[in-house]
Write a protein that binds this ligand. Structure first.
Ligand SMILES: NC(=O)c1ccc[n+]([C@@H]2O[C@H](COP(=O)([O-])OP(=O)(O)OC[C@H]3O[C@@H](n4cnc5c(N)ncnc54)[C@H](OP(=O)(O)O)[C@@H]3O)[C@@H](O)[C@H]2O)c1
Length: 241
């Protein structure tokens, strides 16, 4: 397969094949954007780093997924609404989500939390119509999130951040791939990186493809080099379901 491509020369059908989820069990894909100097946001929001080409990929990845998993901080900061196709799973331990946050009561929204979450907040969100699922004791365990998605027949999992949630998946060795857009700008400052992992360790990934567009954006798809059994992961893309 040709790894380097010009985005404008890739047809919509080819793009769907390039980003197809592999067949089989649950697969966790993250989609993030960063500046050239590795900032995950500009003035606290990632949307300001994007442009039309990035939004095209963003929409496609959502369309291919069964569920969008997102940290509560990101869902609130970025003004998340219920996605058109996939379900929405919001991750929070504190449950400090406003009770009038619109997606909460949607039948295809879950709040993934843990058993030590504050009982008063649990009651308030339940009263507001939210569906809460415990995925761990002190923190939300990425493996439990994946098991819950599998139980609901949502194998195509799309993690949209933020950096700390993504970091917890990386630390748990539960991230299968990272789709990373590089925005053609240096922003400086102290913004966080797109993946925040506390402990320093190498988590190798392989570049499955790299697209570039005329606006200077780069779209990389990084996949795990090996699964836990030691076998090569999907090196070739498969036709979307
Ligand atoms: N560049 C990008 O592509 C991109 C993507 C998304 C977000 N962002 C930016 O990143 C910033 C937010 O960063 P962040 O790292 O704070 O985002 P985040 O991961 O969405 O927020 C962390 C919050 O999510 C919950 N959370 C995450 N992992 C958890 C776990 N394992 N167990 C329990 N709760 C967990 C916690 O919620 P509670 O505090 O409620 O317990 C935690 O406070 C925003 O400015 C956003 O714009 C950038």
């Amino acid at each position: 397969m040709q790894i380097l491509r010009k985005a404008s020369e890739v047809t919509p059908d080819e793009l769907r094949v390039l980003y197809a989820y592999p067949d089989g069990g649950p697969h966790v894909r993250a989609n993030m954007i960063a500046s050239i100097d590795g900032a995950a946001g500009l003035e606290g929001r990632s949307g300001d780093l994007g442009a039309d080409g990035d939004r095209r990929i963003y929409r496609l990845l959502r369309a291919l997924s069964d569920v969008v998993v997102v940290g509560a901080h990101t869902a609130i900061t970025e003004g998340y609404r219920q996605p058109d196709g996939p379900a929405l799973a919001i991750v929070s331990r504190s449950l400090q989500i406003p009770v009038d946050y619109a997606p909460l009561s949607h039948p295809r929204t879950l709040v993934l939390t843990c058993s030590t979450a504050p009982p008063q907040r649990r009651q308030a969100l339940t009263r507001a119509g939210a569906t809460l699922v415990d995925c761990g004791a002190d923190t939300v365990d990425p493996r439990a999130v994946i098991a819950e998605c599998a139980r609901r027949a949502w194998p195509a999992i799309l993690l949209e951040g933020g950096p700390r949630l993504l970091g917890s998946f990386v630390a748990a060795d539960a991230l299968d791939e990272l789709c990373l857009t590089t925005s053609p700008v240096i922003v400086g400052g102290t913004a966080t990186r797109p993946v925040h992992v506390d402990a320093e360790a190498a988590h190798p990934l392989r570049c499955a493809h790299l697209l570039g567009d005329d606006d200077g954006y780069l779209y990389a798809r990084w996949v795990r080099t090996r699964d836990q059994s030691g076998d090569e992961t999907h090196n070739t893309t498969r036709v979307p379901r």
